[in-house]
Design a protein around this ligand. Structure first.
Ligand code: NDP
Ligand SMILES: Nc1nc2c(ncn2[C@@H]2O[C@H](COP(=O)(O)O)[C@@H](O)[C@H]2O)c(=O)[nH]1
Length: 316
């Protein structure tokens, strides 16, 4: 028997009676780990999306962020952020270079507030080993493990010691994993299954096409949402600006693309051009307005209202 599963575009949310006088009265802030953030959405930890300046900007605006893990001097990065009174949120892999980064941070006496273990399929022994190592080295840090796509994987990462998990495999805009390996789960099904399986927060990662998809992810039980392409076209996005035929674009490439790896080996990502859209401030304001509106349609004053919302599918 083949199961049918759902993606963001397959569902809508059923409105309730609005109880606020203005959408501005709806609070979009979220408690995540030891801090509260302005919004439950943040840019992907990808080299074509964030750099040190992007991370600093998000932290200053009170939004969560995670620096990517590719050729980063983590000691300098953590020091830079913490010396300004900002949270330090870094990514780690599972190979020797990441164990060395852990040792370097310890030697420097630095503890990042947030660490994200970032590999394509974290339901593996290499990830378990690193999660155990990170929890021993930095028991005070909030550890996010990812990515996973099933309830069983989510439960394992919780048991291994993760404080949150990141859910979403092969749903990203520059992903070619599903084409090259055949593996993928749509996001509504992934997030719902993972969130129902664990007590720890779940981050819905990838596949956000429309702003309303963020509300849908929260209805499915996500606490946070990670998005790449949505944050990729701006002045503050890390990708290069290119001009083609008089039109401006920003480069957006996958972390498992040849452009990120520097070689065509185990490539599961591609590069695309996204329309250049100017300063990112407009997007952050619009995302906030749209989510405030979602909360009002959910009949509440804050994000908790989204948890009780009914979801429907629409025949195509
Ligand atoms: N969210 C998603 O759907 C996906 C995200 N990505 C992103 O791309 C980047 C690279 O990811 P990833 O390839 O995991 O990391 P790496 O290329 O850094 O691989 C990490 C280590 O795990 C091993 N490894 C990776 N995949 C497998 C596998 N399928 N079976 C056995 N061992 C494996 C690798 O060895 P070896 O190379 O020798 O196999 C390597 O030693 C990450 O930033 C990740 O987030 C990539 C694909 C999907
Ligand atoms: N299969 C791949 N997935 C990737 C790669 N690089 C990043 N990612 C994942 O995609 C999301 C962003 O998705 P978007 O739809 O919001 O653009 C990102 O957070 C990663 O989880 C890759 O090379 N291959």
């Amino acid at each position: 028997m083949i199961k049918t599963e759902l993606n963001y575009g397959d569902v809508y949310l059923v409105p309730k009676k609005t109880i606020v006088d203005s959408r501005k009265d709806c609070d979009t802030s979220v408690a995540f780990g030891p801090h509260r953030f302005a919004m439950p959405v943040y840019p992907s930890n990808m080299k074509s999306v964030v750099n040190e300046e992007t991370c600093e900007l998000f932290a200053r605006q009170g939004w969560f962020y995670t620096m990517h893990r590719f050729n980063v001097d983590v000691v300098a990065f953590v020091r830079r952020m913490q010396s300004q009174g900002l949270i330090a949120s870094i990514s780690m892999g599972v190979n020797e270079d990441s164990y060395q980064q852990v040792a370097d941070l310890k030697a420097a006496g630095l503890t990042p507030e947030y660490i994200t273990l970032d590999i394509a399929n974290a339901w593996c022994v290499k990830a378990e080993r690193m999660i155990t190592h990170l929890k021993e080295a930095f028991p005070q840090s909030f550890l996010i493990g990812g990515n996973v796509a099933t309830a069983e994987a989510a439960r394992d990462l919780e048991a291994w010691g993760c404080d949150a998990i990141k859910a979403g495999i092969a749903g990203g805009r520059v992903c070619i994993t599903k084409n090259k390996t055949g593996f993928h789960r749509p996001m509504i099904s992934t997030v719902s299954d993972c969130a129902a399986a664990v007590q720890i927060p779940v981050i819905a990662d990838g596949g956000i096409v429309e702003h309303g998809d963020i509300a849908k992810a929260l209805v499915c039980g996500a606490t946070m949402v990670m998005a790449g392409s949505m944050f990729a076209g701006f002045d503050e996005s890390a990708g290069d600006l290119v001009e083609i035929g008089g039109k401006l674009y920003k480069e957006y490439f996958g972390s498992a693309s040849q452009f990120n790896k520097g070689a065509y080996v185990n490539v599961e990502g591609k590069k695309i051009l996204v329309e250049y859209k100017g300063a990112i401030g407009k997007l952050l304001a619009e995302l906030t307005e749209d989510l405030q509106s979602s909360v009002s349609y959910a009949g509440g004053r804050d994000l908790s209202a989204l948890r009780g919302v009914e979801m429907i599918t629409v025949p195509r």
